[in-house]
Design a protein around this ligand. Structure first.
Ligand code: GLV
Ligand code: MN
Ligand code: MN
Length: 407
């Protein structure tokens, strides 16, 4: 099993890797992500899995069970990355799924239920801004019309990007999910809970509600030298104060000593982006996450209020647009307890990271997640890591879980 896992890992390792940072750039429908996808198809072919793709660029390799009338078991994850992302977020779930199938076959397991390995498209929303785009479309959680209107940073429309990659877009609810009875996604942990508990693998209880909000700050472009400080309408100042406010508001949210809110401005665009000009526009994207839906709404409202107050002082304007908001997800308690019990009792922990499993759970498909320990807890960065022994334990736990679910 170790050889198979390591071979797959080694094949993916160079794809889309930046020579300078060591991070990954696997944006949807770009060459690196398509190379990962071609690798996925090869892995399916090598195992005799029947491949189906939907019009949302999601792909599943099916291992047919002995009783096609039974609901199917789906596993897998995604192959795209954030900009300059880590190696594990997404690919670990896909590689582990193939390795788990290999292990089950070595053990001569013949599933009654058909088992699928999924690669969902644009999970990170790194190109078209909406997280879990492929699974949301497949599950009917995102209006195809809205998806059709999405453009990337260069103004390329989603469907055009798909066509350019040789795909045939047909956005909307997907036949791939029709007969799926449950979904189990293995993922690198994005935190250090398992490190503190000193265990290699745990399960997810819930995903915090989270959202992405576009803050458009507008002002007046002018000369950086010739414009007196008192005469400026500088949206950069309004943005800067709003970013500080977001940090402060999230820090204020603590419960019993643990922080229960997160707020990040991780992306901005400035126009005209010139050293010697006061800008006329700054767009910043707020990623906000909280333990409850109500707190998330309060946090975003508080940040917007402070931004508006500062805009009044600066003589600028601010408009806020919610680009995607996901409610709290509580994974299927029965399924999770059943899987946690398999290993003699594994920890069940919450997460503030979003996943396709959350989308499927919200759409009514009983779903669960396995987390593999991440020694640093760092994720969405080249420093993301999981030790090989823990990864192999993850494969074994996933294989046991699939055997149980596909009986
Ligand atoms: C995806 O990984 C997210 O939580 O943004
Ligand atoms: Mn991610
Ligand atoms: Mn992920």
């Amino acid at each position: 099993m170790i050889d198979g896992f390591e071979q797959m890992w080694a094949a993916l390792a160079p794809v889309g890797r930046s020579a300078s940072s060591g991070g990954y750039f696997r944006q949807p429908f770009g060459s690196a992500e398509r190379e990962c996808h071609a690798w996925f198809l090869e892995q399916c072919a090598a195992r005799g899995l029947r491949v189906e793709q939907d019009g949302n660029a999601n792909t599943v390799g099916w291992w047919d069970g002995s009783d096609p009338s039974l609901p199917r078991v789906l596993t897998g994850s995604h192959l795209d990355s954030v900009l300059d992302g880590g190696a594990y977020d997404g690919p670990l779930g896909v590689v582990s799924a193939f390795a788990a199938i290999d292990l089950l076959r070595e053990r001569c397991v013949v599933p009654s239920r058909t088992v699928g390995v999924a690669a969902f498209a644009e999970e990170e929303g790194s190109r078209f801004s909406i997280a879990c785009l492929g699974s949301q479309l497949a599950a009917g959680a995102l209006d195809p019309e809205r998806a059709r209107a999405l453009t990337d940073r260069d103004g390329v429309r989603l469907e055009d990007a798909m066509l350019a990659a040789g795909l045939e877009p047909e956005l909307g609810p997907s036949p791939l999910l029709r007969d799926v009875g449950c979904y189990l996604e293995l993922h690198v942990e994005q935190g250090r809970d398992l490190v503190h508990r000193e265990v290699p693998v745990g399960l997810a209880s819930a995903i915090w509600p989270h959202g992405r909000y576009r803050f458009d700050f507008t002002g007046e472009a002018n000369h950086a030298g010739a414009t007196a400080m008192a005469d400026r309408h500088d949206p950069m100042l309004t943005y800067a104060m709003t970013a500080l406010a977001a940090n402060k508001q999230a820090r204020l949210l603590t419960d019993g000593g643990s922080d229960t809110g997160r707020a990040t401005f991780g992306r901005i665009e400035v126009s005209p982006n010139a050293t010697n000009a006061v800008p006329d526009r700054v767009t910043g994207w707020l990623d906000a996450r909280c333990e409850s839906d109500a707190t998330l709404a309060q946090l975003v409202a508080a940040v917007e209020k402070q931004g508006q107050e500062r805009a009044t002082r600066d003589g600028t304007a601010l408009t806020v647009t919610a680009e995607s908001v996901a409610p709290a997800v509580h994974f299927d308690a029965t399924l999770t307890a059943r899987l946690a019990a398999l290993g003699g009792g594994r920890p069940v922990i919450p997460t503030a990271a979003g996943h396709d499993a959350g989308v499927l759970a919200t759409a009514g498909i009983p779903s669960a997640m396995l987390f593999v320990r991440n020694p640093t807890g760092v994720s969405h960065s080249p420093a993301e890591h999981a030790g090989i022994d823990d990864c192999l334990t993850g494969v074994e736990v996933l294989a046991d879980a699939l055997a149980e679910l596909a009986r």
